[in-house]
Design a protein around this ligand. Structure first.
Ligand code: NI
Length: 424
């Protein structure tokens, strides 16, 4: 009772002092529960957990030890209801004392098939496997937030659902499986973040609307007729034809697509032949298409087929074209994004915000956004002064660990902001 009274008087105090300024309202929640202090208190542990995960990376769908580690850690915090929706994922539920709405927070846990070339003391002990995208940090940040929120359970109005997701890096991805398993049932909002080395430490990337692209992939086989390289007229030269296919595919972005519509088409693999005097039977081409809008996505696939068909037919060759649809684009909900933006402005000030820093990378976070309004934001983790400049998916990728406590802080503040403010 005394506690409630205190909260009320804080609200009145802040209302008087800040009038309608949302800062005033927000400070009430943060100050009452000493969130900043709690984040500082847990930050060493968060770094320790990140380093442990970094040393022990596991590939997509194989996060056995990672998910066990997360499960036992959450169990040790107490106050968290735990389940395993799939073999290598973990769902934690923190139920507040008062009924209310549900906020889901998601972290992905998988690593990549890359052999680490870093030199610090906690590099991967698993040869050929590396946390080269920062998912070790995502997992550690959500564990940190879980610890704080579990301690403050009695003060939460509603439910925080902690989604520790497997397999973000490998389509069809873990998000879709978890949605199928029901982790999003009854969720009112979903948030998630990516540590981001192209963004400097201290910056938080907030994006309204389209934020990350739909990452599709394709394979093309150009089938000609092989033969002696000295007698090309007796062959159907698949290399010469495939080279034209590659060149002409570039026209889809430059000549067929509205310049205001983002689209990327990259050829990433071209395999043919193995010696200097043989024209091979066929060529294999691989690549990726990135887009935001479904109309652009559909038209890119159709235009590709038209070009491949036209060129191969013109030269008497054949083709097999496979277009594989990847994750949906990440499209951030306006109101949900506003709440997170407000939280970031309150904790770190206006200068921290990097607005609408979109990119064409894919993220299966979009799977959750089919079920509830959500927002995905970027946490600056690059630091040229410390030599932290390598891109994601690079053998020397790492993050500035100071970014971790920023993630924890935004998660816990957001939980109170969504549940204890937006609820009422
Ligand atoms: Ni990633």
């Amino acid at each position: 009772m005394i506690y409630l009274y205190k909260v009320k008087s804080y609200i009145i105090y802040n209302k008087l002092n800040f009038k309608n300024n949302s800062k005033g309202w927000f400070r009430v929640i943060g100050e009452t529960y000493n969130l900043n202090e709690r984040v500082r208190a847990v930050s060493d542990e968060v770094v320790k957990w990140r380093r442990h995960l970094h040393e022990n990376p596991e590939l997509s769908f194989k996060e056995v030890e990672t998910s066990d580690f997360v499960y036992h850690m959450l169990e040790s915090f107490g106050n968290i209801e735990l389940t395993r929706p799939t073999k290598t994922s973990v769902l934690g539920v923190i139920r507040g004392a008062k009924r209310g709405k549900t906020l889901a927070i998601r972290a992905d846990m998988d690593a990549l098939p890359i052999h680490e070339e870093n030199e610090f003391e906690f590099i991967s002990k698993n040869p050929g496997v590396m946390h080269a995208c920062g998912h070790d940090g995502h997992t550690a940040m959500l564990l940190g937030a879980a610890k704080i929120l579990s301690e403050l359970k009695e003060n939460l109005n509603g439910e925080v659902r902690l989604i520790f997701q497997h397999a973000e890096e490998l389509p069809p991805g873990g998000a879709e499986e978890l949605v199928q398993a029901g982790v999003m049932d009854g969720v009112d909002w979903v948030i998630g973040a990516h540590l981001w080395s192209p963004l400097k430490i201290g910056k938080i990337g907030i994006t309204y609307g389209p934020a990350m692209a739909a990452p599709d992939s394709f394979t093309i086989q150009v089938i000609g007729k092989g033969g002696h390289a000295a007698l090309p007229h007796q062959t159907i030269d698949s290399i010469a034809i495939a080279a034209q296919v590659v060149t002409n595919l570039q026209y889809i972005v430059s000549r067929n697509t509205d310049p205001f519509e983002p689209l990327v088409l990259s050829i990433t693999k071209f395999v043919a032949g193995n010696t200097d005097n043989v024209i091979p039977n066929g060529v294999e081409i691989w690549g990726t298409v990135r887009s935001f809008r479904s109309e652009v996505r559909e038209s890119a696939a159709a235009l590709m087929e038209r070009i491949i068909k036209g060129i191969t037919e013109a030269h008497g060759a054949e083709y097999v074209f496979r277009y594989n649809r990847g994750y949906r684009p990440v499209v951030n909900d306006e109101e949900t994004t506003q709440v997170v933006e407000r939280v970031v402005r309150h904790i770190y000030g206006d200068d921290a915000i990097e607005l609408n820093d979109r990119n064409m990378i894919g993220e299966d976070f979009s799977g959750y956004q089919q079920k509830a309004p959500g927002t995905f934001f970027l946490i600056g983790a690059g630091n040229p002064e410390k030599g932290i400049t390598y891109p994601h998916h690079h053998a020397r990728f790492t993050v500035d660990e100071y970014a971790l406590q920023k993630g924890v802080s935004i998660f816990v503040h957001s939980a109170f902001e969504f549940l204890n403010r937006e609820n009422n």
